[in-house]
Design a protein around this ligand. Structure first.
Ligand code: PMP
Length: 378
């Protein structure tokens, strides 16, 4: 039978396993991803759609979900849903689709798939934090290239990093989170052309941006476009999709767990896409609200608003941490970006809500910033 004792486990602790003796040391060193408690708060921190599903669609959902065969495993390939997505979501005929439990899971699948020994995943900074986190979990090396002060891509720094690190995977969020801007198209094109590996354009906020790489996704051998239904109004369903040439999608599909999209999500997404007009209508209301919110924010003394093509607005205000805390005391939850990256000093991010929600937020912010100014004698 031979010796069955696992040789690599530290058994000094009298044979008792502990996290320290078993887990990867880097796991022990990480902080858990923190989701703040939002019970009873006006929730403007997570880029959710404020409107909720329309009553008529809710009724259809209730009927469909009440008959869902939840005693059965889901359709492993989600074939019905994927073909509906192809018809409704402007996905080119020659492209294939990989579905994820949110685009978070697609980021994880991509990182796991490229993580050969020494593989590098590259992104710009600040950007979506899961690129770094998923690369680390997969055991890949993450390189973050700082943006310029106006949140544009620093072209020479990016190309230098690409030459130096030869990344297997580059993530570009378009629009970027948490800065809200779209990056220059010509620059992205040159990145795709010069990258030695995959380039994933993450269009999580596409519904609010009016610009997309989706129609051209198959034009380059190394480009993939990723989107999610989360910001469109279905964050609770957890459905993201990655689109590209079949030769990539077929390989990445091997990394996906077989039943990652559950029965209820498949059915609810199908009903939602059959009523896509409702969600797109809500997205255009959000875009209109974004304009009003940005104008109102810009008129508050001491507030600097950054351009946004997403469903959130990032702004700078002195004493941002105190402003964030004061908003929280007023039961309004936004996102404090201060401390996340040097370029985000004194920055806060607010999700565009309904007209009423935005007014509540603006009223509170006006009160708080005028108090801050008088307290500091400004
Ligand atoms: N990409 C970007 C740029 C994001 O900001 C987010 C969510 N904050 C995601 C992907 C993940 O979205 P989800 O997992 O809900 O699809």
């Amino acid at each position: 039978m031979g010796d069955r004792r696992p040789v690599s486990v530290d058994v000094r602790n009298h044979g008792q396993a502990s996290p320290e003796s078993v887990l990867r040391p880097e796991v022990l060193g990480w902080k858990a991803y923190h989701v703040p408690d939002s019970a009873g708060m006006l929730k403007l921190d997570a880029m959710e759609n404020p409107f909720g599903m329309e009553a008529s669609v809710r009724q259809i959902l209730a009927d469909v979900l009440s008959n869902a065969p939840i005693n059965r495993y889901p359709d492993a390939g989600a074939d019905v849903l994927r073909s509906l997505m192809k018809r409704t979501l402007e996905i080119p005929e020659s492209a294939e689709i990989l579905l994820g439990n949110g685009s978070d899971e697609l980021i994880q699948i991509l990182c796991q798939a490229v993580a050969r020994p020494g593989a590098v995943v590259l992104g710009v900074e600040p950007s979506f934090v899961m690129y770094r986190i998923s690369a680390a979990i997969a055991g890949a090396h993450y390189v973050g290239v700082p943006l310029s002060a106006n949140f544009a891509i620093d072209e020479s720094a990016l190309f230098q990093a690409i030459e130096e690190h030869r990344p297997a995977l580059i993530f570009i969020a378009y629009p970027n989170n948490p800065t809200g801007n779209l990056f220059d198209d010509d620059l992205i094109r040159r990145v795709v052309e010069r990258a030695p590996g995959l380039v994933v354009v993450d269009e999580a906020y596409h519904a609010f941006a009016g610009k997309s790489w989706m129609p051209q996704v198959c034009a380059w051998p190394n480009l993939l476009v990723m989107r999610t239904l989360s910001k469109l109004g279905l964050a609770g369903l957890r459905l993201g999709y990655l689109v590209g040439r079949p030769e990539w999608i077929d390989q990445l599909d091997k990394v996906r767990l077989p039943y990652n999209i559950n029965v209820l999500t498949q059915l609810a997404a199908k009903v939602s896409l059959e009523n896509l007009g409702v969600l797109l209508g809500q997205a255009s209301r959000i875009v209109q609200q974004r304009g009003e919110l940005m104008t109102a924010l810009s008129s508050i003394p001491g507030v600097h608003v950054f351009p946004s093509e997403a469903n959130f607005v990032t702004f700078r205000v002195s004493g941002a941490v105190a402003v964030f805390e004061a908003l929280r005391e007023n039961r309004i939850l936004i996102k404090c970006l201060h401390g996340a990256h040097p370029l985000l000093a004194d920055c806060l991010r607010v999700t565009v809500g309904s007209a009423d929600e935005n007014l509540m937020f603006l009223d509170a912010l006006r009160r708080i910033t005028s108090l801050e100014v008088s307290r500091h004698g400004g």
